[in-house]
Design a protein around this ligand. Structure first.
Ligand SMILES: C[S@@+](CC[C@H](N)C(=O)[O-])C[C@H]1O[C@@H](n2cnc3c(N)ncnc32)[C@H](O)[C@@H]1O
Length: 362
C-alpha cells in the first residue's frame, strides 16, 4: 500500500483488537470480507494489537459500507477503512506530511481520532499523542477539513503504528467506538464490590443504543444475576435503581448488600428459576460457553426474562469458532420456539479471555 489513488477509495480495512487476539480478529475479518465478496489478503502480526484486510483493488467507502457491517465485528474494538499509509515520518515534523496527506484524500471529517495499538510500544507513544492530537486538530480546522457540527461526515482515524508510520482512515460514528482505540474512560465507583462492575457498565454503553439504555435501565425494573459474587454486576444494576436477585454460593460484598436493592440467594445458577419473569438476566458464571449459551436461550424460550447480558468465557485457541458455535446453539433454540431476537456480541475492552453478549427479543 502507498497512498490513496483517488478521493473516496479505500485500500483496505484496519481492525484494532486486544493484543493476543489477532488470529481471532483476522479469522473474523477475513470471513466477513469474503462473505461481502471482497478480494484481498489479511495481514496479521502476533501481539501487534491490529489486523489489516488489504483489498486487491481499492473500493469506494460507501460500497464497502453497504456490503460489510464493521459494527458487527466481535473482536474489533475499533475499525476503519484505510485511505493511505505514511512511512518514514520525520521525527521533527510529523504534522506537515500528515496534513498534506489528509488534504489529498479529498474528504471532510466530523472528528479526529488519534490512535496507537494497545501494546507496550503503543503506550510509549501516548504522551506524543496527547500533545500532537490537539495540534493536528487545530491544523485541520484551519484547513476547513474538520466539521464537528456535521456528524454525518466520517471520522478521521490517524493510527500511529510506530513513531514513523501512520495509517489514515475513515469510519462512521455508527460503525465504531466513540472512544479512540475503543478504550472507554470509565471511572471505577468507590463503593462497587469489584472491578468487573466496569465490564457491565461498558456493555451497557457499547451493546445498547442510547434509546435502549433509557428504556431498559431505569428504577423499578427487575433482574437476576447468575454467578453474582462478589457483586460488581449486581451493584451496577442496583446503582440504576434495578432490583436484583443475586445467585451465587459465594458471599456478596457488604457494599452490594448496602444498596438495599439486592437479594442474595445461595443456589446453583443452572437450576434456580424465578417465580415471576424478570426484565433482565445477567450472567458472569465461569463455565463452558457451550453450557452458558443453551442456559440463556432456555430462559428466553420459556419467557423467564426479556433481555440479557452474559459472558462467554473463551480460554480455547479458536475463540471465533467457539463464539459462532454458541450463536448457532442460541439460534436453534430460539428459532424452534418461534422467537425473533437480536444478538450483539463484542470483545469489550474490559473483557479478557471472554466476549460479552446482549440478547433481546426483537
Ligand atoms: C467471575 S465471578 C462473577 C463476578 C461478578 N460478576 C462481579 O461483578 O462481581 C464468577 C462467579 O460465578 C459463580 N459461579 C460459578 N458457577 C456457578 C453456578 N453453577 N451457580 C452459581 N454461581 C456460580 C462463582 O461462585 C463466582 O462467584
Amino acid at each position: 500500500m502507498t497512498s490513496a489513488p483517488s478521493p473516496c477509495a479505500a485500500l483496505g480495512i484496519l481492525v484494532q483488537c486486544r493484543p493476543g487476539f489477532e488470529a481471532d480478529a483476522s479469522a473474523e475479518l477475513t470471513a466477513a470480507a469474503r462473505a461481502a465478496r471482497f478480494t484481498g489478503e489479511t495481514d496479521t502480526q502476533p501481539n501487534s494489537g491490529f489486523v489489516i484486510f488489504e483489498l486487491t483493488a481499492p473500493e469506494a467507502h460507501d460500497v464497502i459500507r453497504r456490503r460489510l457491517d464493521l459494527a458487527r465485528l466481535i473482536f474489533s474494538r475499533q475499525a476503519f477503512q484505510v485511505l493511505a499509509v505514511l512511512d518514514d515520518l520525520p521525527d521533527r515534523d510529523r504534522l506537515t506530511p500528515l496534513r498534506e496527506a489528509i488534504a489529498a484524500t479529498g474528504e471532510r471529517f466530523s472528528a479526529l481520532l488519534p490512535e496507537t495499538p494497545d501494546t507496550n510500544d503503543g503506550k510509549e507513544q501516548s504522551g506524543f499523542l496527547r500533545r500532537f492530537g490537539p495540534l493536528l486538530e487545530d491544523a485541520l480546522a484551519k484547513d476547513g477539513l474538520l466539521r464537528p457540527d456535521s456528524p454525518h461526515l466520517p471520522r478521521l482515524h490517524v493510527f500511529f503504528e510506530g513513531p514513523k508510520r501512520a495509517w489514515l482512515g475513515v469510519s462512521l460514528a455508527s460503525e465504531g467506538s466513540a472512544w479512540p482505540m475503543g478504550i472507554p474512560r470509565l471511572r471505577m465507583p468507590k463503593e462497587a464490590p469489584s472491578r468487573s462492575t466496569l465490564k457491565l457498565a461498558e456493555a451497557f454503553l457499547t451493546l445498547l443504543t442510547v434509546d435502549e439504555q433509557k428504556s431498559t435501565l431505569r428504577p423499578g425494573l427487575t433482574a437476576v444475576d447468575l454467578g453474582a459474587a462478589p457483586g460488581g454486576w449486581s451493584w451496577q444494576l442496583a446503582s440504576r435503581g434495578i432490583r436484583v436477585t443475586a445467585i451465587d454460593n459465594g458471599p456478596l460484598a457488604p457494599s452490594a448488600i448496602a444498596t438495599g436493592l439486592i437479594e442474595h440467594l445461595r443456589a446453583d445458577g443452572f437450576t434456580w428459576k424465578p417465580k415471576k419473569a424478570v426484565d433482565w438476566l445477567v450472567c458472569d458464571m465461569v463455565e463452558q460457553p457451550s453450557r452458558i449459551a443453551p442456559l440463556i436461550a432456555d430462559w428466553f424460550a420459556t419467557g423467564r426474562c426479556r433481555r440479557s447480558i452474559f459472558n462467554l468465557k473463551l480460554p480455547m485457541k479458536r475463540r471465533h469458532d467457539e463464539v459462532e458455535r454458541c450463536r448457532a446453539l442460541i439460534d436453534a433454540r430460539l428459532s424452534a420456539a418461534g422467537i425473533k431476537y437480536i444478538l450483539r456480541i463484542k470483545h469489550l475492552y474490559h473483557d479478557r479471555e471472554e466476549v460479552t453478549c446482549y440478547l433481546t427479543r426483537r
